[in-house]
Design a protein. Structure first.
Length: 280
């Protein structure tokens, strides 16, 4: 908003002074000394009568602006002078002092969300609308605007997220994933190194590989649980053996240079099948 320095202006209304839009009680003229017959109790002398008239003739009205004063004779004239941006008008004994400076402030400002914005003038009202799970409250007593999240912490189910995107590994915690369609997925391959007696830990991955020297002793899973399966890629030739819980498809236990051993555990038996003779 525009502001302007206003030249101090003074108005007198009886015993009140109007200065810079503030009305103050003025220090009016000092009362002249008058000797009356009633107060004296006898007739006045010529000197006393002359003194009364002299005191009345010499009386002045003191006018001030709060910091300085001046005296005006009873037959003097008080003139109001308009300062910058001020008008003074007299009509029918009434003096009107008014501000003539128009508000020409056209300051505008932009409001945006980082991508788009709009322009607002200083005379417009900006309304903030609440969105999904957002509340907007205005307190006119304290002139505060409160924007709050009304959604409960986190999501209660994946369905609440219409486009879930994992940023880390997902652990199901032993729960089932049902009615799912898998697409464009891959399995990690855990390398057991070179050994004829590997330790198979399913939590390392469902696909593992090993290089053997003369044979393969297939153990029970170290972290066995019903329903687990492992595909074991074997490099090297020899004979496979298992525990008492292993059963081999067709009784075949021969490993060629490259073989794939598939093992499924149903809680009692390790159902094992060996595929061999892989050729280019």
């Amino acid at each position: 908003m525009n502001t302007a320095s206003l030249t101090p202006n003074i108005q007198i209304f009886g015993k009140y002074v109007y200065r810079d839009n503030i009305i103050k009680e003025n220090s009016t003229m000092a009362l002249p000394t008058i000797v009356t017959r009633t107060s004296k109790g006898s007739a006045l002398t010529f000197g006393e009568a002359d003194a009364n008239f002299t005191n009345l003739q010499s009386a002045v009205i003191t006018v001030g602006d709060g910091s300085s004063t001046t005296g005006i004779a009873l037959n003097g004239q008080l003139t109001f002078s308009a300062g910058t941006g001020i008008s003074v008008a007299e009509s029918g004994g009434t003096i009107t002092i008014a501000n003539t400076i128009a508000d020409t402030d056209t300051t505008n400002f932009d409001i945006g969300n980082g991508t788009t914005s709009f322009n607002v003038s200083d005379s417009e009202t900006v309304n903030i609308a609440a969105g999904t799970n957002i509340s907007v409250a205005v307190n006119t007593g304290t002139n505060t605007l409160t924007i709050a999240n009304t959604q409960a912490a986190g999501i209660t189910q994946l369905a609440d997220d219409t486009s879930p995107d994992l940023a880390a590994d997902l652990t199901a915690g032993g729960f089932k994933i049902t009615n799912a369609e898998l697409k464009d997925y891959k399995e990690s391959v855990h390398d057991l190194g070179t050994t004829d007696s590997p330790t198979i830990t399913v939590s390392n991955g469902n696909v593992q590989k090993v290089t053997i020297s003369s044979g393969l002793a297939i153990p029970a899973f170290s972290d066995y649980a019903t329903g687990q399966s492992v595909t074991l890629i074997v490099s090297g030739s020899g004979a496979a053996t298992g525990t008492g819980s292993h059963k081999f498809a067709g009784g075949a236990k021969t490993l060629t240079t490259d073989s794939v051993v598939s093992i499924f555990y149903d809680g009692t038996t390790y159902w094992t099948s060996i595929a061999t003779d892989f050729q280019a």
